[in-house]
Design a protein around this ligand. Structure first.
Ligand code: NDP
Length: 492
């Protein structure tokens, strides 16, 4: 199937169990990034629409039965959502590939199954959850309960729309909260289907609501300012996180932020390059580099520097850039014109900073005619000696990486930590002691040794420094989505 999807879908808001139109009748367009064809017209939620969604979520929370139903029953409905997602796997993967421009194969093989797993995992997890008991001698008994917090705003970016939304929705619902979801305006297609999926799974009306629109002075801000919203789980840019925190401050909302990154991928001279190179290519160019965990600063020990650069260049040039719907494609376009302009502005910055271009840096010349309007950029690799350069410091969020040489372990750690971000780091070495030593010294929320993007949903996920606030995953998600209550009983 080629990226010529001429169907223009109408995407409505999902409020209180029904798909409804915007109260202002204002619609915005969504384009296929591979072709620039309009693929959807989306109803923009006004302040009144957001208010209705938040009030529906509040009523569903207060009046039940979601919060009060037996945990097994609640979790069975969430698991049913996961099953429906797998039943609709192909459709969801096609839509995600069309909307985001990512290879269909990646959406089908990885992201849609992971989305189903996000829901199933948290349903299973909360069913197993106990509390604590603190006996005070013979006189009193304390025990804890983990109760839902209330109405959660779940706000997600455009790079992994369905996967990141379900990552939040799973623990939110399993804990007994209700949700108002706002996907990114560039990629609302798959997330908009969560309404009907929830309904089919028997989730009561008002528990899952989806509103569409923009961020500042629009749907996103109306949602984060709304007095009925108790907590905000947000994934996106660091600057947006700051704005959301300010807006939510007046009503003292609880926040969990997963923000930007600029991970160091450190290759020591004893690394197994047969493994390190293909995985570093993935870390650099998966989803056209539009991944918060991307290994976009590759630090290579000087003794193997030239060999690494030559082999990395060859592997980057072998990637197939093309139609996201084609199973041979490794890399699709960037998500939007606005984002393409941002990413390509760094090509000019790299020139001004005297970075050495190793490969890429332009539009691929061999694209077929029907992709001529797509926002394509070749996998682009620079070498730079100065880790302070803007291309080594700023999150480009595209298929652009910089390789930086280092001499000693101390220097590698110093460069790795010389950034405002701290989401993740990657280390390649065959030396066990060094692997542990460097893992402890790099200041980031996740360290992968001789691998990348391997996730166990029980493990904490989140960022140091400006890469986030709080952790999600396993019991960490449930800490965020629950209120711990202590109950003290007099025994005499
Ligand atoms: P943005 O921060 O621009 O947007 C994220 C979401 O927030 C969108 O739904 C957006 O709406 C909304 N939004 C924007 N402004 C506001 C506001 N003032 N109030 C409320 N909501 C608002 O991020 P991008 O979509 O550009 O995504 C890329 C970023 O996400 C990168 O920095 C990346 O590192 C980060 N990210 C982090 C991850 C992590 O786990 N740490 C994982 C994936 C991505 P709209 O799109 O309509 O403007």
């Amino acid at each position: 199937m080629k990226s010529v999807d001429t169907k223009v879908r109408e995407i409505k808001l999902f409020i209180d169990g029904e798909y409804v139109t915007s109260s202002s009748h204002s619609l915005f367009e969504v384009k296929n990034p591979a072709t620039q064809e309009v693929i959807a017209k989306v109803h923009e939620a006004t302040k009144e629409d957001v208010d209705r969604a938040c009030k529906a979520a509040r009523r569903a929370f207060e009046e039940g039965p979601w919060r009060t139903m037996p945990v097994k029953e609640r979790c069975e409905k969430i698991r049913r959502m996961a099953e429906i997602i797998m039943e609709r796997r192909e459709e969801l993967a096609r839509l995600e590939a069309t909307d985001v421009g990512k290879p269909y194969s990646v959406a089908f093989e990885k992201e849609i199954p992971r989305s189903a797993h996000n829901l199933k995992f948290f349903a299973d997890f909360i069913e197993q959850l106990g509390g604590e008991v603190y006996p005070m001698e013979e006189e009193y008994l304390n025990y804890t309960r983990y109760e839902p917090v209330g109405v959660a705003a779940l706000i997600t970016p455009w790079n992994l729309p369905f996967m990141l939304t379900t990552w939040k929705l799973g623990p939110c619902l399993a804990a007994g909260n209700t949700a108002v979801i706002k996907p990114a305006e560039a990629t609302p297609l798959t997330v908009s289907l969560l309404g009907e999926i929830a309904k089919e799974a028997g989730i009561p009306d008002g528990v899952v609501n989806v509103v569409h629109g923009f961020g500042p002075n629009s749907t996103g801000e109306f949602l984060t300012a709304h007095p009925e919203v108790d907590l905000i789980s947000f994934t996106g840019e660091t600057t947006t996180g700051k704005a959301i925190m300010k807006t939510g401050a007046d009503t003292l909302k609880r926040v969990s932020f997963e923000l930007g990154g600029k991970a160091a991928n450190i290759i020591f001279e004893d690394a197994d390059l047969h493994k390190a190179i293909p995985v570093s290519i993935q870390a650099a160019f998966l989803n056209s580099g539009q991944v918060c965990l991307a290994g976009s600063r590759i630090l290579v020990q000087r003794s193997i520097f030239d060999e690494f650069v030559a082999r990395f260049k060859k592997a980057a040039e072998e990637l197939v850039v093309g139609d996201p719907q084609d199973p041979r494609t490794n890399m699709g376009p960037l998500v939007s014109e606005e984002h393409y302009k941002k990413v390509t502005s760094y090509l000019e910055i790299a020139k001004q900073e005297n970075a050495t271009l190793i490969t890429g840096g332009k539009r691929p010349s061999n694209l077929p005619d029907y992709l001529k309007n797509g926002f394509y950029l070749e996998p682009t690799v620079y070498v730079h000696e100065n880790p302070e350069a803007r291309i080594c410091q700023e999150e480009i969020f595209g298929p652009v990486v910089t390789i930086i040489p280092f001499d000693t372990e101390e220097e590698a750690v110093q460069i790795a930590n010389n950034t405002q971000y701290g989401l993740n780091g990657v280390i390649w070495t065959e030396n066990l002691q060094r692997a542990h030593r460097i893992s402890h010294q790099v200041r980031a929320g996740t360290i992968w040794v001789n691998c990348w993007f391997v996730r166990d949903l029980r493990a904490p996920f989140g960022g140091f420094k400006k890469s986030g606030i709080g952790r999600e995953g396993g019991k960490h998600s449930l800490e965020f989505f629950t209120e711990a209550k202590n109950i003290c009983i007099a025994l005499q």
